[in-house]
Each structure stands twice: as structure tokens, then as C-alpha cells.
Design a protein around this ligand. Structure first.
Ligand code: MG
Length: 280
């Protein structure tokens, strides 16, 4: 068989299968996904987001009153701030800007951080032309992995972090059932691709998990630098809801109606009689 004939045969079989309409179905009755109205831009909070900082107030945060709010931005002072509300799996949006006054170098320049569940640090650092250890630069999980890229904007320009976080899960005896995962997009560039957390971030200890609650707060680090923050919002991630109502199946094509051969024979006979009559 020539290649052309074989290709024709394959196409013909595919077409036949499509014509038969044997569509595959999962057997799961899915609930309709919730309607979420996007913000006016992709940086603006969608309708179901919890706004954590809108440029006016840090009342959603413990110690929020310690930080300076000026011209719609929040600047770290004295201590870390921690959300009063606790979260599980989240989509988190943060905008931050490194200080325009360049002071220090490495970890000493434009350092802050976003601690997921108050434990797992996504590094915030001025990594624009500022070398440090790679698993400590902007977008790293501190001391666990470097980011996939350096996508920094210049000091004074705004960086956007979109963080997707899935919490670790523990058995009642403290064993890890499932580790935590973090994905990060900075300024539209993928920095962390579903990175598997090894445990909480620590400067002095190797990461290792310690069991904790299913939810926890978000914390922003005070590291002595005047990093600016604006437009912080979070969405809780809820998995799709579905109920299995049957095993997976293919929709069988409707069988063609059976021909009533006797009726058709009679019709044919009548036609023939009519034709004969016309001839006469
Ligand atoms: Mg830090």
C-alpha cells in the first residue's frame, strides 16, 4: 500500500469515527464554575478578591499601623506585617518597588519578602544589577531554589508578583501527605514553576517540614529597607466541584431506523401498477 493510500485510509477511518459520534464523556457531573468579573486591568482585583492593601489602609494586617503609608504606597518600618485573616490555597497579587536610593548590596539592598502561611518565603529583593546568591535573589524561594529568570525592573519601577500557592498537607501524626507548591510570575515572566517546597524558609537551618494548620496568614518581611508596596489582593483557590454519576463512557450513535421492507415492497408494487396504468 502506498503512503498516500495509507494516509487516505487513516483519514477515512478518523472521519468515520467522527461521523459515528462516539464522543467520550467523563461520567462526572461538574458544577458550573463561578462567575468572576475580572478587574478593569489584569492587575486590578477581580470581583471575588480580598483586597489586602488598596493604597489607603493596612487595617487587614497585624502591625499594619507600624508601616508608613504615603502617596498610596506602604513602606516597611519596625516590624513585619501579617494578615489577620488566614488562608489555604491562594492566588496572590503583590506590586512592589525597590528603593531608588541605592544603598548596600547583595541581601542588604531592597530586601523584603512574602511569607506564605507566615513560613515559606518568596524573596523580594532589588536584584537589578545586584548580585547575591542565586537562591536568595528576587523570585527565589529563599535558600531552596533560584528563580527561573531575573525579570527585575529598575529601582523605583513597579514589579508585579502573581503567586499561586498550594499548602502542604499533613497526616494527624505529622507526616507530610503532600508538600506545598509555589508558582510565581514576575512582570509576566515565569519565575517558579510549581516548585515543591522542602519546608519553611530559614536562614540558619536546612528546610524541613513541621506540621501546621490547614490555613495560615500572609506576612510581609521588614528587613530594614524602604521597599514600596501597593495593590495587594488575594483569591482563595477552590477546586472544581463534581460528582461521579457513572463510569466514563462513549456516547453511542443513534441506530438508523429499521427499514420496513414489506411496506416498501407494497409501495414499489403500487408505483409499478401506476406506471402500467399510465402506459395504457
Ligand atoms: Mg527577604
Amino acid at each position: 500500500m502506498s503512503f498516500r493510500s495509507l494516509a487516505c485510509l487513516v483519514l477515512s477511518l478518523a472521519a468515520t469515527s467522527t461521523c459515528l459520534g462516539q464522543e467520550w464523556k467523563s461520567g462526572i457531573d461538574w458544577q458550573e464554575p463561578p462567575l468572576v468579573t475580572p478587574g478593569s486591568t489584569n492587575d486590578a482585583p477581580p470581583s471575588d478578591a480580598i483586597v489586602l492593601f488598596d493604597g489607603k489602609s493596612l487595617e487587614q494586617w497585624e502591625n499594619g499601623d507600624k508601616w508608613l503609608i504615603q502617596d498610596g504606597v506602604a513602606i516597611p518600618r519596625e516590624t513585619a506585617i501579617t494578615t489577620k485573616q488566614h488562608f489555604g490555597d491562594i492566588q496572590l497579587h503583590i506590586e512592589w518597588s525597590a528603593p531608588t536610593e541605592i544603598r548596600g548590596e547583595g541581601q542588604g539592598r531592597g530586601n523584603s519578602g512574602c511569607y506564605l502561611m507566615g513560613l515559606y518565603e518568596v524573596q523580594i529583593l532589588d536584584s537589578f544589577e545586584n548580585k547575591t546568591y542565586f537562591d536568595g535573589q528576587a523570585g527565589s524561594i529563599y535558600k531552596q531554589t533560584p528563580p527561573l529568570a531575573n525579570a527585575m525592573r529598575k529601582p523605583g519601577e513597579w514589579n508585579t508578583y502573581q503567586i499561586i500557592f498550594n499548602t502542604p498537607k499533613f497526616r494527624s501524626n505529622g507526616d507530610v501527605v503532600k508538600p506545598g507548591y509555589v508558582s510565581l510570575i514576575q512582570n509576566g515572566v515565569l519565575m517558579l514553576n510549581h516548585f515543591e517546597l522542602e519546608g519553611p524558609s530559614s536562614y540558619t537551618e536546612a528546610p524541613h517540614y513541621k506540621p501546621h494548620a490547614e490555613t495560615g496568614p500572609i506576612s510581609l518581611q521588614f528587613h530594614g529597607d524602604a521597599v514600596k508596596f501597593r495593590n495587594i489582593w488575594v483569591r482563595e483557590i477552590k477546586p472544581p466541584v463534581g460528582k461521579r454519576v457513572s463510569a466514563p463512557f462513549n456516547i453511542q450513535p443513534k441506530s438508523a431506523p429499521k427499514r420496513d421492507e414489506k411496506k416498501e415492497e407494497k409501495k414499489d408494487e403500487k408505483k409499478d401498477e401506476k406506471k402500467d396504468g399510465d402506459k395504457k
